[in-house]
Design a binder for this molecule. Sequence first.
Ligand code: ME8
Length: 523
Amino acid sequence: MSKGSFYLTTPIYYVNSVPHLGTAYTTIAADALARYRRMAGYDVFFLTGLDEHGQKVAQAAEENGTTPQEWVDSVAPKFLEAWEMLDISNDDFIRTTEERHKRGVQAFWTKLHDAGYLYKGGYDGWYCVPDETYWSEDQLVDGKCPECGRDVEFLSEENWFFKLSEFAQPLLDFYAAREAEGRPFIQPHTRRNEVVSFVEGGLRDLSISRTSFTWGVALPFAENHVTYVWIDALLNYITAVGYGAEDPESAALFERHWPANVHFVGKDIIRFHCVIWPAMLMAAGVELPETVFAHGFLLTKGEKMSKSKGNAVTPASLVERFGVDAYRYYFMRDVQFGHDGSVSMESMVQRYNGDLANDWGNLCSRLFNMVGKYFEGVVPEPPDAEVTDADSTLRSIADALPEKYEDAMSRLEYVAALEAAWDLIKEANRYIENEAPWNLAKTEETLPRLRTVIYNVLEAVRIAALFTAPVMPETSAEVWRRLALGDIRDVTDICAQAAWGGLPSGNAVTKGDPLFPRIYEEE
Ligand code: ME8
């Protein structure tokens, strides 16, 4: 029985760049939550995609001597390949040049036009092309973009405007109402004040169209106007699930999944998502999403990360060296989601060797070897011997894991979620050390105890694989395969699966190669 829809999104990325550590970070975080929610029985819809319009793309195409459409078509496969390489399980991939999207954008702005939320006016001001953002004279810092410090260009155009200024108070009321209900719209909490004080300062009406170039969605009610790229892009979150389409399947999809549960974004684009986006939806009478979660920036010590090969560190180069699961684990485990965090090759090697090779990989290798050696590779009978304190400790940590994990994941605290899984992995290692199965195997009288000890550790490993699966899907699937269990990716009742004693005795256990062979820091 499904627990209902769970709809989550990443930003749709600009095609002016190829996938990099930053965009991969947001996408992996969203993927881990999508996988966990599927395992918990939700009807998940996980969306990512590409933001393909705008002046920046038009310029890049021109510089490369090609059309904008050819240009975006040449970049899109790089994102698809990268997400496949990183095991991203998105259910859809939207490109803003697709018909379904353009149709939805036009339907949306026509609706707001008819409802009287738009007016025509003159725009005189500054535009930052790399950020695709408008700025007024007084917002510039030393004549440059206040966001990125790059040059801005002066625009003087006839534009259509959205009456954003009318929404300041409704937005403030909305943020407050959601807080009062205990379901804050803006997360983490530290980001909320920043948005609230910005809105309290008053909002200016937003220019929503451009006439100086054509690479965008045409506004149906205004000849020669294309939509401003941001208000085209934000709409992907509803057009992908059928907004603006006439057919009954699209209507049903929209009904099934909207409103979104989480929009994952970086802190750089919080105003677009927490101010402009909800105001647009309010104007159109569309239900508002549950949460926007703005995470921090990854900071890399460029030279160090790139020292090994003399070129920039890319997701592909790290996957090649560490493997996909270790890549995903490192970024989710080493950086507190919501905060900025430094990443480096040294800390990645350390995490890999410490947490993955030593704790998790070694636990599995030792255990599967002992099953081979002492039980001819077959899971022994569950314990009938007396339960010791050590047994109870191991079991109680396993029993507490589902709730701890859910609690952490519901707040997107990936570090805490992984630590909870690691509590079990570490305890299982301690238990092996203390119980010393190699001694128990020496005499006939201690064989029942040996059975108990080995069964208990196998059970801990089976359960640990469940809760490491959202972040490390391939490794968990492999651990379950070695335990002759079903495909872990088919699990839809993680709590029931995590009940102690679920491992059938008699299953044939495969030893296999080390899951995470130790690696050595390069000179
Ligand atoms: O802004 N650390 O696209 P974009 C962490 N098209 N995350 C990072 C990062 C870093 N150093 N660098 C980038 C756009 N990101 C728009 C979005 S949505 C309707 C339109 C991630 O390609 C982070 O999620 O510039 C950030 O918000 C996003 O990439 C920006 O991607």
